[in-house]
Design a binder for this molecule. Structure first.
Ligand SMILES: C[S@@+](CC[C@H](N)C(=O)[O-])C[C@H]1O[C@@H](n2cnc3c(N)ncnc32)[C@H](O)[C@@H]1O
Length: 323
């Protein structure tokens, strides 16, 4: 980032857009997909036949809710249920309903970067679970987690679902889990959802649906720049492109410039030039195998208490504690 920029880069979004679009190759972070429009598109993605992730994890949580909730609620009179990147809470609500049924004593603390997602979640929870104490926190995973009451006297359960860990490359995921580990106490639990390596075609299709909904999700980052930073991206001049490397297990999303073009982003005083076929890398969706998961957890100092998988072997959820 350059400090001399006028107007100043006074928000993380401005800084990241400036840095990402002046870098080579160009990149933007997938965390900026989610505004009111992006949240709505992501809900449509979760209903796509190609997007197996949600159904797989939904079935795991549904079929194992009793066992999962016992692990959450044991050895403590009460606990904090903290969720990183809660979104619309579709799968979490299964756990909330069951915890309610067994009269568990807990607070629910959803964390999300999208203020819109949190507001919608809060109002739907007030309607569906009026007795649950909900304390939403808007912010980025770790920064928000650090401000949440982490006291030794109350057990903390951290949910990280939807394969959100897959939005990080392996070394970054290790650093992230290490940081979470350092915030956890002995009795605390991390409940982690991981998407597994599988038929490469299934993975590619999940991020490249025929109806073009994922493409519009990817493009939403340009729309956001247009709306929030007075950009003039012409969305039609870009193409959504997805690749999946079965060797590394990394799926990557790109926006490809269809022609040479110049884009102005007034709020950060930036002119961006695109060559024909130049890319903006926007998302990583990392897939794991058991050896990778083992290494990830080993490096992060986490121990598996229990693991749950779906019938197709697509997805797994881990109950983890500090080593
Ligand atoms: C792929 S959605 C998954 C939502 C939910 N966990 C699920 O499994 O359905 C990712 C969610 O995490 C949020 N998110 C992404 N990056 C984030 C970050 N760095 N800090 C906080 N929230 C983030 C997004 O706003 C979005 O609501």
């Amino acid at each position: 980032m350059e400090n001399s920029i006028n107007p100043p880069l006074d928000t993380p979004f401005k800084q990241d857009v400036y840095n990402g679009l002046t870098a080579f190759p160009k990149h933007l972070s997938s965390k900026y997909f989610y505004d009111a429009n992006g949240d709505k598109i992501f809900q449509a993605i979760m209903n796509l036949p190609e997007y197996y992730l949600t159904n797989s994890e939904f079935s795991i949580v549904q079929e194992n809710k009793e066992k999962i909730c016992v692990l959450f609620a044991e050895n403590t009179p009460s606990f904090n249920l903290i969720e990183l990147g809660a979104g619309d809470g579709k799968k979490t609500k299964i756990l909330l309903a069951h915890l309610n049924n067994i009269k568990a004593n807990f607070n629910y603390l959803p964390i999300d970067l999208s203020e819109n997602a949190l507001k919608q979640l809060e109002s739907s929870l007030a309607e569906e679970f009026p007795n649950i104490h909900v304390a939403p926190k808007c912010g980025s995973y770790i920064e928000a987690l650090e401000t949440v009451a982490f006291n030794k006297n109350n057990k903390n359960i951290i949910l990280f679902l939807g394969s959100n860990i897959g939005n990080m490359l392996f070394p970054q995921a290790i650093r992230f889990l290490k940081r979470i580990n350092s915030l956890m106490h002995k009795n605390d639990i991390l409940f982690l959802g991981c998407d597994l390596k599988k038929n490469p075609q299934l993975i590619l299709d999940a991020y490249n649906d025929k109806s073009g909904i994922t493409a519009s999700f990817n493009m939403n980052i340009l729309q956001r720049i247009n709306t929030e930073l007075q950009g003039n991206f012409n969305i039609e001049n870009f193409k959504h492109w997805e690749v999946y490397d079965p060797e590394t297990g990394t799926a990557k999303s790109y926006l490809v410039s269809l022609k040479p073009q110049q884009v102005t982003i007034a709020a950060i005083n930036l002119q961006v030039h695109f060559k024909a076929w130049e890319t903006i890398h926007t998302e990583i969706s990392q897939k794991y195998d058991h050896e990778m998961i083992q290494r990830l957890l080993e490096e992060a100092g986490l121990k598996i208490v229990s693991k749950f998988g779906d019938k197709q072997g697509y997805f797994e959820n881990y109950v983890l504690i500090k080593k």
